[in-house]
Design a binder for this molecule. Structure first.
Ligand code: GLN
Length: 489
């Protein structure tokens, strides 16, 4: 069961070899078995899932499935509002928040018949690269539970890698889909900024946040994205572009595909094993008929400092709504309004969130706005310009997703800058609003490592085609951790 992917589950349902109730029960049983070691879920919606599964089975029996994925179980990152189901965003601040409405992403996947089994663990308000800032505890990496699954979508990545569900949603502001996908040996996809709706997705940094998928294969990503993406009038930054079937062009030959590699991705922090795996992946692409050429991304080195001005600035504004009155945890027994605000926010937010709010407030303050925020916006333009120039020469850019395989839980928590550097290769695509993905490309010390593919705006179909081509001739995406026997012993 652990190795089953979305496409196979859909085929089994279509062939009458299984039912949605059966798949859902197996998924719920896997959550129970693995929650003590992985802690991948914050909330499990057992009753809701079984009711939705029974309805999916009825539709199928009546010959009216909503889509090919009708009845397939998935999980949602706990950043997406789910009507009637607790949505914490990994924070104490929202410990008892039950949204009255669904995020558009949740709504769209439910409209395709997908069954939500629960809400996955994540870094608090999606701020983190290791899932260790969650108020609900660490998530274990299924390949080695003493290691981090990455973050902030660490629960979704661990749930898919462990085979609890074949697909899950995530969000990516600076790498939070791609980096955990890399560290857990699965495929993670972040669409072009604006291609998936942000409505009902709790905001971290609104000009960077984007919803996407964590799945075992690129084909599964395409199947989910076909439903997840699309214009939404409820999101003012949603792109009003024609709908496209990403799964329709997966098998196009890769002959003539032009891949760029940038020296900027090969810095001192890149583990030699990751570099070797990437070289082999590029050879694989050459043998599929692609060409590989070098491109320049001269300002990419500015992406981490730029991000850590822009993202905190936006977060300090977005998180001001959590004041204990309009939203969020309210402190008891306060004597006046100031004490209520101060104590509610002090108790509700964890250290990393407070650090970002303080940084963001500082860079936006009148005396420092020009020196930091405005300067960061200029650097952001330079980074976007680099990508635009590179995409005049190549169709996509390949590089590593993260500098190293999964690191140990606790290894980086006390050093925020080292933690921030884990996103050094992923942040550029967010700053430029580009679609990007991570796919398994090998192992280093027995742990999976990911290759990142970045494309020009709206090139999702091309990226998925390139990733599927690679996965058609490699087996890395099929490797699974032996987490079930670990959990049982
Ligand atoms: N790790 C990055 C951060 O902490 C990115 C997070 C994300 O993409 N949500 O901000």
């Amino acid at each position: 069961m652990q190795t089953v992917d979305l496409a196979s589950q859909a085929e089994q349902l279509a062939a009458g070899e299984t039912t949605s109730v059966d798949l859902t029960e197996r998924s719920l049983a896997a959550i129970d078995a693995l929650q003590p070691t992985l802690n991948a879920f914050i909330t499990v919606d057992r009753d809701g899932a079984l009711t939705a599964a029974a309805a999916a089975d009825q539709r199928r029996a009546a010959g009216q499935p909503l889509s090919s994925l009708d009845g397939v179980p998935i999980a949602h990152k706990d950043i997406f509002c789910t009507a009637g189901v607790k949505t914490t965003c990994g924070s104490r601040m929202l410990e008892s928040f039950v949204p009255p409405y669904n995020a558009t992403v949740v709504e769209r996947l439910a409209a395709a018949g997908l069954v939500m089994v629960g809400k996955t663990n994540m870094d608090e308000f999606a701020m983190g690269s290791s899932n260790e800032t969650s108020f609900y505890g660490n998530v274990g990496n299924p390949w080695d539970t003493t290691r981090s699954p990455g973050g902030s979508s660490g629960g979704s990545a661990a749930a898919v890698a462990a085979g609890i569900v074949a697909g899950a949603t995530g969000t990516d502001t600076g790498g939070s889909i791609r980096q955990p996908a890399a560290l857990c040996g699965i495929t993670g996809f972040k669409p072009t900024y604006g291609r998936a709706s942000r409505y009902g997705m709790i905001a971290f940094a609104s000009s960077l946040d984007q919803a996407g998928t964590l799945t075992r294969t690129a084909k599964d990503a395409a199947l989910l994205l076909d439903h997840l993406c699309g214009f939404d009038p409820k999101d003012s930054t949603s792109l009003d572009v024609a709908a496209e079937s990403f799964s329709a062009t997966l098998d196009k030959p890769l002959t003539g595909l032009r891949i760029g590699v940038a020296e900027a991705f090969y810095d001192d922090g890149l583990a030699p094993g990751c570099r070797d795996a990437l070289e082999q992946a590029l050879d694989q692409y050459r043998s599929l008929g692609a060409s590989v050429a070098s491109v320049e991304l001269p300002h990419l080195y500015l992406s981490v400092p730029t991000y850590y001005v822009v993202a905190p600035a936006e977060c300090s504004s977005n998180l001001s709504r959590f004041d204990g009155i309009r939203f969020g945890h309210r402190a008891d027994d306060c004597n006046d309004l100031t004490e209520l605000y101060t104590r509610s926010r002090s108790e509700g937010f964890g250290d990393e969130v407070k650090r970002r709010i303080m940084t963001g407030t500082y860079v936006l303050s009148s005396g420092y706005y020009d020196a930091y925020y405005l300067k960061a916006q200029r650097a952001r333009q330079l980074i976007s310009g680099d990508f635009a120039a590179a995409f005049e020469q190549v169709d996509l850019i390949a590089g590593p997703t993260a500098p190293t395989p999964a690191f140990g839980l606790g290894d980086k928590v006390d050093d925020p800058v080292t933690m921030y550097l884990n996103d050094i290769y992923t942040i550029g695509a967010n700053l430029a609003g580009l679609p990007a993905m991570s796919l398994p490309m090998g192992t280093v010390d027995g742990l999976p490592v990911g290759m990142q593919l970045i494309g020009p705006a709206l090139s999702e179909a091309r990226l998925l085609n390139a990733a599927h081509g690679y996965q058609s001739v490699t087996e890395w995406h099929r490797a699974t951790p032996n987490v079930f026997s670990g959990a049982e012993s």
